[in-house]
Design a protein around this ligand. Sequence first.
Ligand SMILES: [Zn+2]
Length: 421
Amino acid sequence: MASVTSFLLAQDKIDAIINAKEAERIERVLSSDDMQGRKVFTPGIDRAADFIASEFAKSKLSFLGNAKSYLQEFIMSRAKIKSVSGSLDGEALNENNIAINTTSAAINITSLKDYPVFMVKPGDDFSKVVFPIMEAEKNAVILVDTSFTRRFRGMQRFGGNAKFSTTQSQVLILTTNMNPSRIDLHIQNDLTEQHLKNVVGVIPGKSKKDEYVIFSGHYDHLGIGRPDAKGDSIYNGANDDAAGTTGVIMLANYFSQMKNNERTLIFVAFTGEESGGFGSRYFSKQMDPDKVIAMFNIEMIGTESKWGKNSAYITGYDKTDMGAILQKNLEGTAFTFYPDPYPSQNLFFRSDNATLAEQGVPAHTISTSKMDSEPNYHKQSDQIETLDMDNMAMIIKSLALSSRSIVNGKDAPTRVKKDSQ
Ligand SMILES: [Zn+2]
């Protein structure tokens, strides 16, 4: 049994590492105007990545796997149609009646046997037919009836979005011909490669090295937009999600000083959350889900939750017993983790925890954001002055304390059932 003095020492130690002053130091840098709102593909977000990496270095974290730095870089491609020629049963095909979802420079289809053919006929549910085909990421030709012209134009715009590189393409054709016998289609695309990076640091486990516990938050935000009434054009994203990133940095520092993790701890700041969750998807695909025991994704913890101070909520609370484990470890404190009070917003499958959660990992997002009344959400006014640093430090401290039986290898939360969406 630990003596009273050693318990008090441990208390002093955590307060010396996780406190409001330290939270503010990190927040002030991440949410500063100098970071230009941390939008992907801007110098501002690169400065943020370098800052996070320098904090990881100060905490002496290791690199992930065979990485040579904390920066986990990856490439996405954006295809823009340069030219279209060809025909469908004699009907001319051109930029007006073609939409693509591809990262290939050229698509050539000379027979209806080349690509599986799907149809969206009059009266069909457009989304139900098209989206599963897109998500399958396999070659496909989709004949879209002209009654869906408006949806089709939307797909033409969507086709220009950045994607992970793939050799598989989907081609949509706007037509009234649902029973063609001949196709001859040649599409040339301009490709632009875009480089993104997550920031990842590791504390190897003392005994259970192959069992991972992940602490994450996204460090990207919305960038610079039009000036608001006060003339402020920078979306600082102090709460969304410099706050979660601050939590990740502080927890990394805390656990590296405690040196008591039996499991391997992975700390990651994701890019691209605001533009489709690319960072967390890329990171998650590199992980073996069976080895991930738990994921704590921290998203917007800078304001008071709807229950006031000393509380936060966990998305997907009832999908695993992780919330119950955390609460058990907080017995005797004033802090409470509640189930997500905004279930209709489907936050569990909308945040950076989703990719691993879909594969069964107890991967939850911890937040205090009042989704129905957060006055600065996605506004220029999401600035450090609107945050409660004491409360935020308390949440981060509670995460450090409540995760300890998972970090030290004693508890493993139950897995998410794979059909629970
Ligand atoms: Zn956001």
